[in-house]
Design a protein around this ligand. Structure first.
Ligand SMILES: *Cc1c(COP(=O)(O)O)cnc(C)c1O
Length: 427
């Protein structure tokens, strides 16, 4: 057995971590196993997970139903190619996704990660216009403050500053940006902002394939919430101007914001919807782009009547089986009550942070809690403080935030909130 120290030294030398330098500078924590909401570290410490492994592990780790689904599927087949072959796990998953997502989304493209599902969504929209005789409609419009993934097409619609567009000038497609939506889930609708959206979409309609946004919650772009009315407005404005609407629910899907899908807060159906992250309960990498029959029909009318995309691991049976189990577990309980319970726990637990001098704002929506400071978080200090409190959260920029697994107990949520308040006090 390689010792902890040797493993960490090898990690620093060889293993690239998200958004990290090579070789690594800040040593990551070595996790041995995880169960329920607890991460067990190699040095014996146990941390309550406040991140759901980036929105994904909504049922916690080693959930017996998900473990059993995965094991059973491994006993049948772990993978077969999806070209020319199909299987029950993927078929069931597609049918379920069509049932639970907003009405009108009928067709499902399964792919391997959130970023790839955005690529597919954009390709669907561009190819729709190409196939229906308007090949000039190739650009995207989005509001600032967004995050849609790290491959090039998604990068082009990430917030231009946070996404470091200056680094990629000339490489990234130049998209149309409008100001970020006015903040606050419960804030009144700002009609002048809606008017601006309408003007910008109309002005660029001739060149726009689609508007793409994260509905209601902007995640990795800044953890901001907005009135669902802006999403409803975008649906009307895009429809009036012959522009498609892509909603990125890779973070918000499966209950996180207090609606099964954030689009449900707005009561609308986009032309294309992307889901990922919590799709497999955090077990395996899988995402999906769902579209309306109109998109599919449009593409079918083209010179090339097929969607030219097909990842090697498309529809992976293990990922499909565990996704089916995860959705069953989610819908088999009063998930909304659990999310509301966590929301209440975060609201009361994080309220103490609002009194701290360096805290700009505390905001909570569904099972998402955010403390925004008036300066960038000192990562090393914040990590030390939260882990001393027995909690795992990973701040970024000026944000210390949490989206706990839905199975977190009231005590777990209290611990997470206490750790975040302590980190906000010193970091
Ligand atoms: C994480 C995320 C993505 C990218 O998903 P990956 O699986 O990391 O490629 C895209 N959009 C949103 C809103 C996300 O939160």
């Amino acid at each position: 057995m390689t010792s902890q120290e040797e493993l960490l030294a090898l990690d620093a030398r060889h293993v690239w971590h998200p958004y990290g330098p090579m070789p690594g500078t800040v040593p990551p924590l070595l996790v041995r196993e995880a169960a329920g909401v607890r991460l067990r570290l190699a040095d014996g410490r146990e941390l309550v997970d406040g991140m759901s492994s980036w929105w994904a592990a909504v049922h916690g780790y080693r959930h017996p139903v998900l473990d059993a689904a995965l094991t059973a599927q491994a006993g049948r087949m772990s993978h077969v190619m999806f070209g020319g072959l199909t299987h029950e796990p993927a078929i069931s998953l597609a049918r379920t996704l069509v049932e639970i997502t907003p009405d009108g989304l009928e067709h499902v493209f399964l792919c391997d990660s959130g970023s790839v599902s955005i690529e597919v969504a954009v390709k669907m929209c561009m190819q729709y216009w190409q196939s229906t005789g308007q090949p000039g409609k190739r650009r995207l419009l989005t509001w600032r403050g967004g995050y849609h993934g790290d491959t090039f097409q998604p990068m082009s619609v990430c917030d231009p500053d946070g996404g470091m567009h200056s680094l990629w000038k000339g490489t990234l497609a130049e998209q149309v940006f409008v100001p970020a939506p006015p903040p606050g889930f419960g804030a009144p609708l700002d009609q002048s902002y809606v008017d601006m959206l309408a003007e910008q979409v109309a002005a660029h309609a001739h060149e726009l394939a689609a508007v793409i946004v994260e509905p209601v919650v902007q995640g990795a772009g800044g953890m901001r919430f907005h009135n669902p009315g802006y999403v409803r407005a975008l649906r009307e404005i895009t429809a009036e101007n012959g522009v498609l609407l892509i909603l990125d629910e890779i973070a918000t899907g499966f209950g996180r914001s207090g609606a099964l899908f954030a689009a449900d807060h707005a009561g609308i159906t986009p032309d294309v919807l992307c889901v990922g992250k919590a799709l497999t309960g955090g077990y395996l990498s899988m995402a999906a782009a769902l579209c309306t029959p109109e998109i599919a029909d449009g593409i079918s009318r083209g010179e090339l009547p097929v969607l030219a995309h097909g990842p090697t691991f498309m529809g992976n049976p293990l990922a499909s089986a565990v996704a089916n189990a995860s959705i069953e577990v989610l819908l088999g309980q009063d998930w909304l009550a659990e999310v509301r319970r966590i929301e209440a726990g975060l609201q009361s637990g994080l309220s103490a942070a609002a009194e701290l001098p360096a805290v700009r704002e505390v905001r909570v929506l569904g099972a998402i809690g955010v403390v925004q400071l008036d300066h960038p978080v000192d990562m090393a200090t914040a990590t030390r403080v939260v882990t001393e409190h027995g909690v795992w959260v990973r701040p970024f920029r000026d944000l210390i935030y949490t989206m706990p697994p839905y199975v977190s107990s009231d005590e777990d949520v209290e611990s997470i909130a206490r750790a975040i308040v302590a980190a906000a006090a010193v970091a």
